[in-house]
Design a binder for this molecule. Sequence first.
Ligand code: ZN
Ligand code: ZN
Length: 355
Amino acid sequence: MTQARQDAALALIELFEVDALLLLGLVNIRYLSGFKGSDGALLILPQDRHLLCDSRYTLQASDEAELCTVAEYKSKSEGITLLLKKVGCKRVAFDAEKVTVSFLNILKTALPDVDFIPVADELDQLRAVKSLDEIKSISAAANLSSTAFNELLPLIKPGVSERSIALELEFIMKRSGAEEKAFDFIVASGYRGALPHARPTEKLLEAGEMVTIDFGARLDGYNSDETVTVSVGEPDKKLYDIYRIVKEAHDLAISAIRPGIECSSLDEIARSHINNCGYGDFFGHGLGHGVGLEVHEKPVISPRSRQRTQVGMVFTVEPGIYIPDFGGVRIEDLVQVTEEGCIILSKASKELNVC
Ligand code: ZN
Ligand code: ZN
């Protein structure tokens, strides 16, 4: 755990006026300890840190969670109970989004004198600003993903199914070294393009349709996220106009990115352009989201967002227009906020590609 992350965790202990921070979400555990196993718990105290895991991970934890005292448990709840009794905590903050009600009840029954304080937003904010190493990993994932997409492009043609496009892209990515796909890819062609989160089906691409492909790779735990909409043959005028409007909204938002701008105003820049072009009713989702160890994390770029951009944030810009029974277009890039503005990490071209 780097000094900065350690300090941020300690600041939360002070903010919530608690004795300790109990983390059960794997991403937060990894972020704050270095441990990459698939199960465990992390207790952060002002003076020290304890990583709890089962026997499968004891060696790995000792290796990865350098700054933690590692202890093995037979049952997680029992391990946490014994540790909290031993260190004598009375008020413990925990990552509320990652703990089930039943698990919390077990802890509360075993430790009737301990107050458990749920926290979520403040914890998630810890990861919003990325370190240089993290940006390197995200950028490598984005590069791999975009390169795989460019390799896929010649295979996009009439008669090919959405599902085979998704499978082929996953295969190319993994062959190129991706640890995993970042999420289940979206491939939505023709009228199905109106569904922002369409799962690929056996539907075959037809000439004159647009296909929205939303994809990303994971490398060393870090994800990328990008969407390209391509045209299968020449698009009709309405589809072409929609593409142009979405691209303009995307470009306007990206050119406005700099440190200190309200996330909601970035959303507004793209949204008002789409509104002014008459398609305001057809852009239902927020403009973007942070990407890192999770595909959706802070900051949220939407009308309801209350935060400002900071150097080192990595998030998507993904306006779209979705018209029921007709089709849709989304264009998504992944950007890193810099002192001067931003750098686009996703590399596939966003000029309309006619396949
Ligand atoms: Zn996406
Ligand atoms: Zn996205």
